[in-house]
Design a protein around this ligand. Sequence first.
Ligand SMILES: [Zn+2]
Length: 305
Amino acid sequence: MNDKFNLDSFLKKYKDDEACLKHIKSIKYPGGVFCEKCQKVTNFTKVQNRPVYQCSCGHQVSPLAGTIFEKTTTSLQYWFYAIFIMSVTRSGVSAKQLQRELGVTYKTAWRMFKQIRILMANANNDGGLLDGTVEVDETFIGGKGVNRKFKPNFNEIPKEVIMGMVQRSKIGKGGDKAYLKHIPNTGKWTLLKQIKDHIDSQARVITDEYYGYTQLKYQGYNHDFVTHKETYVVGDIYTQNVENLWSILKRGIYGVYRVVSKKYLQAYIDEYSWRYNNRKYQDKMFEMLLKEINNVKVISPAKIT
Ligand SMILES: [Zn+2]
């Protein structure tokens, strides 16, 4: 957490539910609220004791409708706080930590945790392909924690495989960008499918010398690989960025959560890649994540438990 936007200033800014609601209103209606009855943008005022705003003509709008906050019985300030700590805490927080800090039930904490992760996963899915120079690697989570050998060893069955792709930062085009995916195995067709789905065909792809990547050159990719026998880096052929990402990820998994079930591994790595991709924005991370409420449509909140 940095000094510019710390917890203190956060709690001052969002001092109660009304302040939070007002902020949600400004996110939902950036150009002011358009009154359907008056057919123009009018001045909507807060209705007492309800999360609703009203035009002088009587028409009402609910800024929470269709968002992850719809029908919530939890204080909006708690939600904001949860979004804040989940976005700015470097290695993440668990639902258990949310429960403790907010003093809510575990069920409530877990529900909030899951919804906030949906915001993160959604923000990651901007649909753009990685391009330029992209480092690609895989790692294993769980099991004995042994990374695969450079030759396949079919006797050693690792627990869960995560594939990582990191687009190196480009001058004038922002920082690096990561995409992480929980994949069923390290077979070459599995790897290739992910690469084709997420990396532009004009990109330069850098991997290690694993046999699973040998198909890349036949698919039109400009492929360079690191030879681990060499103790020095040849030019810019390295995969240091994606390897650094693995160490952040593993520190989080083993430090914060200890165990991540297979079922939630993708949600977990979505959370990590969101934080990784947005870490350069620091004090804007909370606002950026909160804005995703406009893009995550909750159709029937009763079905999301
Ligand atoms: Zn009106």
